[in-house]
Ligand binder design. Structure first.
Ligand code: DHB
Ligand code: MG
Length: 241
């Protein structure tokens, strides 16, 4: 499942032991012979060939999200930031009952994602919407309020980091009770709490969503730190009460 990483950001720290653990565990828990592996690899290779940045969800987290949707019997999943559709493909292939709504602002990414999703055979269950995240989420919210769109059972936010809190707030307002809302990349190699990085968009957006979530009575939330083949990072995960 592994592809070559092309990381350049200053916050990236990698330890060969983290990568070795991912390689070993995936070789047993998601080997290349798994029925989903060819479509997932196609998505990564086609995204790479088309110049998309190599920042898609690591395979372990794609699978983790997919397993969470099965565990939670999630019927409607919302994603902000489709990129090449890699996490959608994980979820749609492992959970044949799910419907995914995913939002992408970049027309080139949108086109590549559609190719990858069609190639995986899940286009009938993955609705890719081209548009700005805030505009699209506000539209989805009005549909949910009007009763023409079901509430979401799980959300994954992985887009322009400065708006993390705005996406989170809208997602919570469209969620079922008990839904999980994830925000990717809030730890960023520890820059979250490193004085040298406090003026970066990623850190500003991460701190805002953490601080606001902590004051928000609609949910309980925590941050899970992760190491792996991509870097030291982590998610904020909230559960809607
Ligand atoms: C990076 C990783 C991500 O998951 C993301 O959403 C944005 C950037 C990165 O590794 O730089
Ligand atoms: Mg991310």
């Amino acid at each position: 499942m592994s592809t070559t990483n092309h990381f350049t950001s200053s916050w990236h720290t990698q330890d060969p032991r983290w990568t070795a653990v991912d390689t070993y565990t995936l070789s047993h828990l998601h080997p290349s012979t798994h029925p989903t592996s060819a479509a997932l690899n196609f998505a990564l290779e086609n995204s790479n060939k088309n110049g998309l940045p190599d920042i898609s969800t690591p395979p372990t987290f794609g699978k983790f999200l997919a397993l969470q949707t099965i565990f939670g019997k999630v019927q409607n999943f919302l994603e902000v930031g489709t990129l090449g559709g890699y996490s959608c493909i994980w979820i749609a292939l492992l959970n044949p009952a799910i419907h995914i709504t995913t939002v992408e602002v970049n027309p080139h990414n949108f086109k590549v994602a559609q190719e990858n999703i069609e190639h995986a055979g899940v286009a009938g269950r993955v609705e890719v919407i081209l548009g700005g995240g805030l505009d699209v989420l506000q539209q989805l919210r009005s549909e949910v309020d009007a009763g023409t769109r079901p509430r979401f059972g799980m959300t994954f936010i992985d887009a322009d980091k400065l708006n993390n809190w705005n996406y989170f707030d809208l997602a919570v307002s469209m969620s079922l009770q008990g839904a999980q809302v994830y925000v990717d990349n809030v730890v960023f190699g520890g820059t979250l709490v490193d004085e040298k990085y406090q003026d970066g968009d990623g850190v500003i957006g991460a701190r805002k969503v953490i601080e606001e979530a902590g004051k928000d009575g609609r949910m309980e939330a925590c941050v899970v730190q992760i190491v792996g083949e991509k870097a030291w990072d982590g998610w904020l995960v909230g559960v809607v009460l």
